[in-house]
Design a protein around this ligand. Structure first.
Ligand code: NAD
Ligand code: MG
Ligand code: MG
Ligand code: MG
Ligand code: MG
Length: 332
């Protein structure tokens, strides 16, 4: 990164050293920037940050000397982290950076008016943000400015995106509202919620009709990866190029029978709950109550028959366990 970057003589504190935190910290450092990591002293990732050669400080101490503070802890711990470690310590005119706008957009964090509040969200998991950077490339990022106290918030945001490698690929301007609402909608309606319910409904349909659960698992869960990889690499066109004519015809006539106008209407309901704050209110209350529904619903997923049959079948596909020697696989 060029030495005339606006962050060239800045100290950057990265709070959190998980998926995003580790990738950001390593890439920023390799871009020539001054990075310290802020973590709870005996937290689970502090040994990792030290092994990677970082100075690891308590969050409050890391914030104290920093010109830019990147908040890369889980979203639900950020409000307390802000109150306890950031708000009392962050320098006037410094920048507070997020990778997801949830807490600022929904008012769980109300940042001091004398700091910049910015967002850089790579469109990929942390591991890819790191490996692409190491290859001399980058993962596209979306960026936003929520509050510009220094008059330089946009330049700092773009410099940070450059520092993690996003500038080598593409950066797209957004705002905290768009990033937060689309991120929540995607994971709820399509990626996590939608896809898992579609798979489970397909599995149950086949098993209830008397087909073997093992065969059902392969057809509706295992093979989903092949299709998603084609989407990822080349969209609908590549998927349609690679599947048979029979599969295509079935897609055209049966897909819309399953995912019909009612599904889209309910997607709009989900989006409304996100936009009007209902989801954020419910999730914040659920977290504060100790996650009773979250734990119950998660356990129900874990106890679903597709999980038993899946574990048995995956144990016979050693390429799915890169760290497991084939000899360690138990006989069926
Ligand atoms: P993570 O769960 O992988 O890592 C969290 C880190 O925070 C860990 O190092 C953990 O030890 C630390 N931590 C937890 N509680 C803490 C506390 N109280 N004080 C200090 N450190 C604490 O998190 P992640 O998935 O990297 O997510 C970080 C942010 O990035 C979130 O805002 C998330 O929405 C956003 N984001 C994540 C991804 C992704 O691919 N995972 C993509 C885009 C944006
Ligand atoms: Mg997302
Ligand atoms: Mg998300
Ligand atoms: Mg589910
Ligand atoms: Mg088939």
């Amino acid at each position: 990164m060029s030495s005339h970057s606006i962050l060239a003589s800045s100290r950057i504190a990265v709070l959190g050293y998980g998926s995003q935190g580790r990738a950001h910290a390593l890439n920023l450092r390799d871009s020539g920037l001054d990075v310290v990591v802020g973590l709870r002293p005996n937290g689970p990732t502090s040994h990792k940050a030290k092994a990677d050669g970082f100075t690891v400080l308590e969050p409050a101490e890391a914030v104290r000397g920093a010109d830019l503070v990147a908040v890369l802890t889980p979203d639900m711990v950020q409000p307390a982290l802000y109150r306890e470690a950031i708000e009392p310590n962050i320098k006037s005119g410094a920048a507070l950076l997020f990778a997801h706008g949830f807490n600022v957009h929904f008012g769980q964090i109300n940042p001091r008016s004398d700091i910049d509040v910015i967002l850089v969200a790579p469109k990929g998991p942390g591991a890819l943000v790191r490996t692409e950077y190491e290859r001399g490339r980058g993962v596209p990022c979306i960026w936003a400015v929520h509050q510009d106290a220094s008059g330089q918030a946009e330049a700092k945001t773009k410099a940070y995106a450059d520092g993690i490698g996003g500038g080598r690929a593409m950066i797209i301007k957004t705002d905290f509202k768009e990033e937060t609402e689309t991120d929540l909608f995607g994971e709820q309606a399509v990626l996590c919620g939608g896809a898992s319910e579609l798979v489970i409904a397909g599995f149950e349909t086949l098993v209830e009709a008397g087909y073997q659960p093992e065969i059902a698992y392969y057809e509706v869960m295992h093979e989903l990866k092949l299709i998603v990889d084609l989407f990822y690499e080349g969209g609908l066109s590549k998927m349609l190029d690679f599947v048979s004519e029979t599969a295509q015809y079935g897609d055209y006539v049966s897909g819309p029978r399953v995912v019909d106008a009612g599904v889209k209407a309910r997607m709009k309901d989900v989006l409304t709950d996100i936009q009007d704050g209902t989801f954020a209110r419910n999730w914040t209350a659920e977290y504060a109550a100790g996650l009773p529904n979250y734990k119950r619903l998660k356990q129900a997923d874990l106890d679903h028959p597709i999980e038993q049959v899946g574990a048995k079948l995956r144990a016979r596909m050693p390429w799915l366990q890169p760290n497991t020697a084939p000899a360690a696989v138990a006989p069926l």
